[in-house]
Each structure stands twice: as C-alpha cells, then as structure tokens.
Write a protein that binds this ligand. Structure first.
Ligand code: GDP
Ligand code: MG
Length: 296
C-alpha cells in the first residue's frame, strides 16, 4: 500500500515563495504623442504613475516624452505584490523625418535581454536576477478610421519580432461603433497582409480552455480603448468616465469600449503568460542568436 508522502504541498510551498518574492511586470507604451498613452496606463493601474498631459498645469508647456524612461511602482492586492515597471517611449512618428525612429525603442528592448543574459552568464550569479525585460508592449494606433500608417506597419513588424505586442485603437471615443468595427477589420486585414503575428501565440501546452480564451481575444485585438483620469461616484463606487459634448463615457462599461477587456487580458488572464512567453520565446531567440555569434 502506497503511503502518503505529502509532496502535494509543493504548490503551497511555491505559492509562499512567490508571494514573498512578488512579481515583476514590465510594460512599454509606444505610439505618437498625444494618443493617451500615459492616461491609459494610469487608468489600467488606477494610480498616477505617469504624468499625462491632462494633468499638467495650464501655464506649463505640455511636456513631451523625449527619451525613454522607466517608472516603477509596487502594487499590493490581497497580499500579492506586483512590481510594475512602466516604460514610456518618445512619441515615434512625431518628426518630419521618421527614418529609424523605432531604433531606440527596439534597442531598449534588446538591451534588457542583453543585460539579463550577461547576469545569467556571470559565474557567481545572483540567486535572483532582477528582470527588466519588457513583457508587453502596448502599441497605440491613431483613431483615423482609415488604415494603419505605413510607418506603423514598419514599427509593428520590428516590434513583434522582439516583444509581445498588444495593439490598441487609441481614443476610440472619437469613432462611432460602426467606424470602430470597420477600422478594426481593416487593421486585422493589414496585419495578415503584412504577415505580422501578434501575441497570444499558439502553444502546444494550450488546452481547450486556453485556446477558446485566446481565440476570443484574438478576435477582439486591437482593443478599442478609452482612457480617463476623471472619476464620478456611481452607486457609492468611483467610476472612470470621459465627458464630451455628447455625454458621459464610462470607461469600464463594455458597451462603451474595450478597456475592461484589455485590463483583464493584461492583469487577470495573461499576466503570467506574458512573462513566460517573453522568457521562453523572445528572450530565448535573442539568447540563442547571441550565443551562436560567440561561437563563430
Ligand atoms: P500621451 O502623449 O500619449 O502620453 O498622451 P496623454 O495621456 O498625455 O494624453 C493626451 C491628451 O489626450 C490629454 O488631454 C488626455 O486627457 C487626452 N486623452 C487621453 N485618453 C483619451 C481618450 O481615450 N479619449 C479622448 N478623447 N481623449 C483622451
Ligand atoms: Mg505621455
């Protein structure tokens, strides 16, 4: 008769260790300035992480992000610690000459992989390596209602090769529901036409539940989002809203926009997978290329 050994407690042992250590999640935002990048990040993580233009003083000239900068904040929910690192990038495509404007962004992503590899290869390596690799890149599409800009296609192509890209239709309150749907379809067609493959990728480990969930999100991406730092109280709870000439948009209402789906995707359903995919696919690709180059 087999006696009970007790290794099933490994799950709680892992949980305890992970809770003590906390999680590191690195998000990058990319897109033209003024598309609401800072606002959206603040809306998702419900704090004032990045200074957005809406909050600058009237007499202050609006401050554009001119270089890449990272901001770290620790969030704790029910005892789970999340160290959030938000990387804001200069609005690309703002210049008259946009040749190579994506280089600094791609280089930043690769530099983080390179730093991680260096630490991994150090003989007396740290037991725990601080992870600065970008786990997801929110790519902001201008709500023109027409199509992607040629430069968007170039940048998306470059980015999807090195990082999990999540495209969003910025400020989607400026489009009607019909315009939004048509725009989304056109973007999807263009992505297919240019052979741009987006996260989530199919994996052998996916069970039926994962597949169904991924298909739902794949159909929805790019998420049509609205961001806001203004709240009103509804039924005793603060609700993020955006007021315009026509009325009030409730950012968290799925009839109004897909903000809530994006937030669920990032924080509730795919957080761990984004981290894992970065390590197992993007970092691994980088690492094997580097090690190959060393051998030659
Ligand atoms: P960033 O330069 O991309 O970081 O853009 P900001 O977050 O600084 O936002 C630029 C301006 O757009 C501010 O005045 C925001 O209030 C406004 N804004 C942000 N998100 C939205 C949105 O979803 N819809 C609309 N209509 N305006 C927005
Ligand atoms: Mg900004």
């Amino acid at each position: 008769l087999q006696s009970y050994v007790g290794f099933d407690s490994i799950t709680s042992q892992i949980e305890r260790k992970l809770l003590k250590r906390g999680f590191q999640f690195n998000v990058m935002v990319v897109g033209q300035s003024g598309l609401g990048k800072s606002t959206l990040v603040n809306t998702i993580f419900a704090s004032h992480l990045i200074e957005s233009k809406g909050r600058t003083q009237a007499d202050e000239p609006s401050r554009k992000t001119v270089e890449i900068h990272a901001l770290t904040e620790t969030i704790i929910e029910n005892g789970v610690k999340l160290r959030l690192n938000i990387v804001d990038t200069p609005g690309y495509g703002d210049q008259v000459n946009n040749e190579g404007c994506w280089d600094t962004i791609v280089k930043y992503i690769k530099d983080q992989h390179s730093a991680f590899l260096r630490k991994e290869l150090t003989a007396m390596r740290d037991r725990f390596i601080q992870d600065t690799r970008i786990h997801s890149c929110l790519f902001f599409i201008s709500p023109t209602g027409h199509s992607l800009k040629p430069i968007d296609i170039v940048v998306l192509k470059k980015l999807t090769e090195v990082v999990n890209v999540i495209p969003v239709i910025a400020k989607s309150d400026s489009l009607t529901i019909e315009e939004r749907l048509a725009f989304k379809q056109r973007i999807k067609d263009e992505l297919i036409h240019h052979n741009i493959k987006l996260y989530p990728y199919a994996s052998d480990e996916d069970d039926l539940q994962d597949q169904t969930l991924n298909e739902t999100y794949q159909a929805m991406i790019p998420f049509a989002v609205v961001g806001s730092e203004q709240s009103i109280i509804v039924d005793g709870k603060p609700v993020r809203v955006r007021q315009n000439r026509w009325g009030v948009i409730n950012v968290e209402n799925e009839d109004h926009c897909e903000f809530i789906h994006l937030r669920n995707f990032l924080t509730r359903t795919h957080l761990q997978d984004l981290i894992e995919t970065t390590s197992m696919i993007h970092y691994e690709t980088f690492r094997s290329k580097q090690l190959m180059a060393l051998k030659e």
